[in-house]
Structures are given as C-alpha cells and as structure tokens.
Design a protein around this ligand. Structure first.
Ligand code: TYM
Length: 357
C-alpha cells in the first residue's frame, strides 16, 4: 500500500456568481489537483453572514455555488464538496482558536481594514478600529455594520483548515495573510498544548494568483465591485462577457506586452494565457504589430469559448436539486467524519472532559 494521499482543503464564499478571478486563481487549479490529493472543497456560508445579507439569497447562492463548482470541473466523485454549516466543528474549533488570538492581530488584518473602509469607516494601521467606532457619533450605525463576526472571520477560516488537518490550502494571493494567521494559530496551539495540527502550506499559483479588475487594473477583480463592467462572472451571457472585455481599460502606448507599466494589457494577456494554455511569450509574439482592439477581440473569443461548456453544464445541474443534495450529503458525511475525529482530539488536548457514552 502506498503513502496515503495528502489532504487539501479550500473554500469560497457563496456571495453570488464566481468571478474570472475565482475561476482562474482558484477553482480551475483545484480541479487540476483532483486525483493527486484527498480533496475537501467547502462553500463557506457561515463566513457569508459577516456582512449584511438576505437569507433567501444566501440559500440560493449556496446551492448555486455548489453547481458552479461542479460545472467548473470539481468532480464530486473525486472530491468532497460540502457546505460549512453542514459540518459541526467549524464554529466550535473557531471558538477554541479565538481564545489563542489577540484581538490586535485581527484588527491589523488587511481584509478586515478594507471591509471596514468599504463600510465607510476610517481605519489606518495604528488605529484600534473597534474602540474608535464605539465612541464615534455614528456608533449605532457602526455597531450594526461592523460585527464581531467580521473581526473573527480569519479565525473561522483557520478553523476550516485545521479541522481537516489539511496539508495544503490552494488559494489566490489575496488570502496569503489569512493563511499566515492560520499557520501561527496552529503553531500556537501545538506549543500551548502539544503537537496536534499539521502546519498547512499555502498553494498560491505562480500565474493567475491575482486577476485584476477590467476597469482599474491596479485592483483585484472582485465580486463586490460597484462597477459591474470591471468583473467577468463565469455565468455572464456571451455578449455581456464580450462587451466587458471590449470596454476594458488598456494602457498608454500601443505595444502588446507583459509589463508593470501595462497592467491592463498584462491582465488581458494573463486571462488569455490561462484559458488558452498559450504562454505569455508566445502571445506577445503572436500580437506583434497588432493593436489593442485585436487583443480584446481574441481574449473575448477565448473567454466565451472557455465558459460555454461551464455554462451549459451549470444550467443542467441547477435544475437537478436531487443530484446536488446527494452530492452535499456525501460531502457532508465525509467531511463530518474527518472533522469529528480532529475535534475530539483537540478537545482532549485542551482539557475538556470526554462525553460519557
Ligand atoms: P473568496 O470567496 O473571496 O474567493 C475564493 C477563492 O478565489 C480566489 N480569488 C482570486 N484569485 C485570483 N484573482 C482574483 N481576483 C481573485 N478573487 C478571489 C481567492 O483567493 C480564493 O482562493 N476567505 C476566503 C474563503 C475561505 C477559505 C477558507 C479559503 C473561508 N475559509 C479556508 C481557503 C481555506 C474567501 O473569502 O475567498
């Protein structure tokens, strides 16, 4: 018998349709790992309630996210697909880890500060955001917008990973800091009690780890961008995809090459390269002497062709609730089994009395 397969775990929030960033930076890579690893892919509905949301949309988006996962190639026969709230243990382990996490560490997390800023509050490196808000004139607005869950977000994410004792976590580069905190917490737990958790490795792809906005190529492509033409969604109609790509912001000059001073063109070349499998150098050669219009046209063709089978598969899957539920049942059973074992071990180490049987 060979070595047991290493375990990877990763997740996405069910906040709507996956973006081309989620697809190229994450889900497409996860699909390439099937078979080589024991895979756990979660839809983190408990993370999705840290900002304002509508329950009916969350329910719809969660199921849709599972269908999108499968349509993008995450074969449930080769991976465990599960919904976070179906597995008890995520929030329980998060509580334990929160008792090892200084509040200051959470207040310094970049994504927390960005979210706080998005909600309209000032947050700089040295500020204690939460205490500032307590005394601000808009205290009641602050308390309703910035909840403890938002601050605790990275602890819950660490729990997601450590609950499965994952060896590696494939993510885009925006999750790097959260992964660092997870590794710190695992080490802190091991040091405080005794060796328990594997320290998970981040798997951040060399290319595609950060797909940029089509309208502001200095920022990442994001689901929550107010400017909808900045973001390609994998389920956008072909003509919408084309329109967004044709109106993408490009750079001064006319040469088509990958360069720091050409973030718009580099991003389009990156998207083309990852979807078509053509190297960036080959693409630069191919576009020599051509203009930005030709580049956009070809990127649009490549994107539409790549999304066509994904969209066709999605529209079949989303109609088949019975199938999606059976996938989720199997996924939850497998996830729960592994999670339960780990949580029992953690509770024992932490000094909790075992429940008499
Ligand atoms: P989420 O839902 O924002 O994104 C899911 C995955 O997509 C990647 N990603 C991108 N990659 C490249 N370019 C982009 N523009 C881009 N936008 C998003 C993200 O890096 C991520 O890999 N906190 C996580 C969800 C989470 C999680 C976890 C991840 C909760 N628990 C445990 C891993 C392990 C998040 O909000 O991802």
């Amino acid at each position: 018998m060979g070595e047991p397969k290493k375990v990877i775990l990763t997740c996405a929030q069910p906040t709507g349709v996956l973006t081309m960033g989620n697809y190229l930076g994450a889900v497409k890579n996860w699909a390439s790992m099937l078979g080589s690893y024991q895979c756990f892919f979660g839809v983190v509905d408990q993370h999705a309630i840290t900002t304002k949301y509508v329950p009916a949309n969350l329910r719809k988006n969660t199921l849709s996210c599972v269908a999108q996962y499968i349509a993008c190639g995450l074969d449930p026969k080769q991976a465990n697909l599960f919904i976070q709230s179906h597995v008890t243990g995520h929030t329980e382990l998060a509580w334990l880890l929160s008792c090892l996490t200084p509040i200051g560490e959470l207040q310094r997390m970049t994504q927390f500060k960005e979210k706080v800023a998005q909600l309209g509050f000032k947050a700089s490196d040295n500020e204690d955001v939460t205490s500032e808000l307590k005394f601000s004139h808009s205290g009641s607005r602050a308390q309703s917008s910035i909840n403890a869950g938002l601050l605790m977000y990275p602890v819950l994410m660490a729990a997601d990973i450590l609950l499965y004792n994952a060896d590696a976590v494939p993510v885009g580069s925006d999750q790097r800091q959260h992964l660092e905190l997870c590794r710190d917490l695992a080490q802190r737990f091991n040091h405080t009690y005794s060796d328990t958790f594997t320290i998970p490795e981040p798997f951040i792809p060399k290319s595609g780890a950060r797909i940029m906005s089509l309208q502001e190529p200095a920022s990442k492509m994001s689901k929550s961008d107010a400017n909808q033409s900045a973001t390609l969604y994998i389920l956008d109609d072909p003509d919408v995809l084309r329109k967004k790509i044709m109106s993408a912001v490009t750079d001064s000059g006319s040469e088509i090459k990958v360069s720091e001073d050409k973030p718009g063109v580099s991003n389009l070349l990156q998207i083309h390269s990852l979807l078509s499998g053509t190297s960036m150098t080959e693409l630069e050669l191919h576009f020599t002497g051509q203009g930005y219009g030709a580049l956009k046209q070809e990127v649009a063709d490549v994107v539409v062709a790549a999304m066509e089978p994904v969209q066709a598969r999605y529209s079949e899957l989303i109609k088949d609730k019975g199938y999606l539920e059976s996938v989720l049942k199997d996924g939850a059973d497998a996830a729960q089994q592994r999670a339960y074992k780990m949580l029992s071990k953690v509770y024992r180490k932490a000094g909790f009395v075992e429940r008499p049987r």
